[in-house]
Write a protein that binds this ligand. Structure first.
Ligand code: Z5A
Length: 215
């Protein structure tokens, strides 16, 4: 039977370089002979991408925090059942641009929602599934916003500076709390960030291979 794949997530506030560096992770894995799929949240399947549109579009009607939270998990449930779980079961590694750490950071930290409720939804939607490795790209939100200065803003990107400061604090608190996180300094040049990410992935693959040959 094919060994189950590994689940890697990339996290950070807007503009820290996630979309840019997801390709670095995928290329590094492929060079090491590992088949992977890249995906993103919210989204990743046609239905979940429709939910993404609902969540990101700028609208006149205020969106209730509970509606936002439940839609994030609705998209995630679809993403898990149609893409993530089947790929992992086939032995593919999955690399996702954001996952549930983003919910703890944005809805928990940014919006101030109750973390216990988020943990409850996490258990309902994911069961015991958690990422095997999470790279958190850390950057001052002001610097990140400057990188996106010319771009049209979505509903989240219109949030205030204090909102993004709370998001960063929530991410940092989680990233320092468990072994699966690696904090990457995203204020470095693109080249250095890429090198640091490659080094983390190479080490993780080495450890995974050593672990599976020992078992
Ligand atoms: N959200 C949520 O609230 N709850 C959840 O559970 C989930 C998500 C899953 C959509 O995410 C929104 O959903 C997100 C949180 C919320 N909103 N916000 N904010 P998204 O992933 O689509 O949105 P994003 O974070 O805004 O993506 P982004 O703006 O594309 O940022 P990025 O992918 O991190 O950055 P990038 O596109 O790779 O880079 C931005 C620019 O910076 C680009 O020109 C690069 O060339 C440049 N760049 C990148 N790295 C560097 C370095 N090192 N130096 C200089 N320039 C750089």
């Amino acid at each position: 039977m094919e060994a189950r794949g590994r689940f890697i997530t990339l996290e950070g506030s807007e503009g820290v370089g996630k979309s840019t560096n997801i390709a670095v992770i995928a290329d590094t894995l492929r060079l090491l002979g590992i088949d992977c799929v890249t995906t993103r949240e919210p989204g990743g399947t046609p239905f979940a991408e429709e939910i993404r549109q609902l969540l990101l579009s700028v609208r006149a009607e205020p969106v209730s925090p509970n509606a936002e939270l439940l839609l994030m998990f609705a998209a995630r449930a679809q993403h898990l059942s149609e893409l993530i779980e089947p790929a992992l079961a086939r032995g593919l590694w999955v690399v996702s641009d954001r996952f549930t750490d983003a919910t703890f950071a944005y809805q928990g930290g940014g919006r101030g929602m109750n973390t216990a409720v988020i943990e409850q939804l996490e258990r309902i939607v994911q069961g015991s599934l958690r990422p095997d490795l999470t790279l958190y790209l850390d950057l001052d939100p002001e610097v990140a916003a400057n990188r996106l200065a010319d771009r049209e803003r979505d509903r989240f990107e219109l949030e205030s500076r204090p909102f993004f400061a709370r998001v960063r604090n929530a991410y940092l608190e989680r990233a320092r709390s468990a072994e699966r996180y690696r904090i990457i300094d995203a204020s470095e040049s693109l080249e250095v960030v890429g090198q640091n990410i490659r080094a983390v992935i190479e080490r993780f693959v080495q450890q995974s291979r050593a672990g599976s040959s020992a078992s």
